[in-house]
Design a protein around this ligand. Structure first.
Ligand code: UD1
Length: 423
């Protein structure tokens, strides 16, 4: 296994370009299953474990893929197998994204149930409800979701989500674009990842109104076409890099971003005492003074994202006072807290709220990654901790951060990747 060995105490300073968004790449790769007409060329796809796993799943279904220099080519012309096996789905919950497009195109999909997750229950009931609203019959047996369409073709319907779900909105959209008639989705997720999926589907020939809002209207098409597409930046990676500069008293410019999509996070950095300047496609953050305690509540977009909650907790360990961080999306997403406390932080958990008592002098030791963003928070803490921090089980981090130690080292960090045996 790999671990990151971080020598703390170095300021993060300089220029860096954000990678392409992982959480946008996954649904747009799934959407390529909607058509056998032509080959897709997708640019700015990050070279990540999750992308490798997902393209492996598509190949298993019969697609052809080629990945080189962040450009992914996919042809789903020869897809004949509609079964997504447990071996691949268990590695990545986002595999559920193949359900909507396979069902819409082939009238049948079998997807293994995804199973548990490191930060609490993550049900898929809303994905299934959306498919049923469009006329699918769903049965669950032997660990598989089996979705069929008794009428032969999905029919437009009115889908009302009781809670905002990125994944279920994406699946509903990908099913509705090939359904007969009009579908409306109320309380749709308005995250930039869904906005980009809408733009992707429209470029393929779909008709969608309300892109970027919580009310979507989709007119089904008879067929769609492969396209060339430029992916958007990863707003969570960008936020994590800004936090790396903020926690080390550094300064950074992150290029290739859209600051509009990061308003809630940038506002919090300013409140915490950082100077933030933006252009159309860059963010510059300077952190020269003591950090101020800055409460956040993670909620659906445009609010502060749950995927930045762990990093914010790490940052607030260095703030001068007490900070409250609440997660209203995932109530149990706090696996990073015991590990941060092992580094010397003083953080309490009360239900879905973390109370961070800062500033605390952190000192390096061995800590364990438990999930993707939890790992990012440990790396941030390691950057400011005295001595050496070893972040074990780095495979979690590799699922979602492209060349993270190379990027941070180019900004002044001292991080090396080493092999180790866990047992
Ligand atoms: C996506 C992101 C993840 C992010 C999350 C919230 C990807 C690959 N992952 O996950 O990084 O943390 O959005 O922004 O894009 N829910 C249900 N039933 C369902 C589906 C969801 O109750 O069928 C609940 C969840 O438990 C959670 C909330 O809805 O409390 C939001 O989850 P959702 O937006 O669906 O997260 P994902 O799409 O899985």
């Amino acid at each position: 296994m790999d671990k990151l060995v971080i020598k703390g105490g170095h300021r993060i300073s300089g220029n860096i370009t954000a990678s392409g968004s992982k959480n946008t790449s996954l649904p747009i790769i799934a959407a390529t299953l909607l058509t056998g007409n032509g080959t897709f060329t997708l640019h700015r796809i990050p070279d990540l474990k999750d992308i490798t796993t997902f393209t492996q799943l598509l190949r298993q279904l019969g697609a052809e893929t080629a990945f080189s220099g962040n450009t992914l080519q996919i042809s789903s012309q020869n897809v004949t197998n509609v079964q997504a096996p447990y071996e691949l789905v268990k590695k990545m919950r986002a595999s559920i994204y193949v359900l909507g497009p396979m069902l819409a195109r082939f009238g049948h999909a079998r997807v293994s149930l995804p199973g548990g997750c490191a930060f609490g229950p993550r049900p898929i009931d809303l994905h299934l409800m959306a498919m049923e609203k469009l006329g699918a019959t769903i049965t669950i047996e032997t660990g598989f979701i089996d979705a069929t369409i008794p009428g032969g073709k999905l029919q437009g319907g009115h889908i009302v989500f009781p809670v905002s779900s990125v994944g279920a909105t994406g699946n509903a959209l990908m099913a509705a674009v090939l359904a007969e008639g009009t579908t409306t989705i109320s309380n749709a997720a308005a995250e930039p990842e869904i906005e980009t999926l809408c733009k992707f589907l429209i470029a393929m020939g779909a008709t969608i109104k309300g892109t970027g809002t919580t009310e979507l209207e989709i007119k089904g098409a008879n067929s769609l076409n492969a396209i060339e597409f430029h992916n958007v930046f990863d707003r969570i990676e960008a936020g994590t890099l800004l936090a790396a500069a903020a926690i080390t008293g550094g300064d950074i410019t992150v290029n290739g971003v859209d600051p509009e999509q990061m308003k809630a996070v940038l506002k919090k950095f300013v409140h915490a005492g950082c100077t933030v300047q933006t252009t159309e496609n860059s963010i510059t953050l300077k952190s020269q003074q003591k950090l101020l305690p800055t409460d956040v509540t993670a909620k659906p977009y445009p609010a502060f994202p749950t995927d930045m909650q762990a990093q914010w907790i790490a940052l607030m360990t260095q703030a001068d006072g007490t900070t409250s961080i609440t997660d209203k999306v995932y109530h149990e997403r706090f696996n990073h807290i015991p590990e941060l406390n092992r580094l010397g932080a003083h953080i309490e958990i009360h239900k879905n709220q973390a109370i961070v008592h800062g500033p605390q002098l952190l000192s390096g030791t061995k800590v364990m990654s438990t999930d993707l963003r939890a790992s990012a928070s440990l790396v941030l803490a390691g950057l400011v901790a005295q001595g050496t921090t070893e972040v074990l089980r780095v495979y979690h981090l590799d699922r979602g951060y492209e060349k993270i130690e190379i990027k941070l080292n180019s900004l002044g960090a001292d991080i090396s990747r080493e092999k180790y045996n866990e047992f």
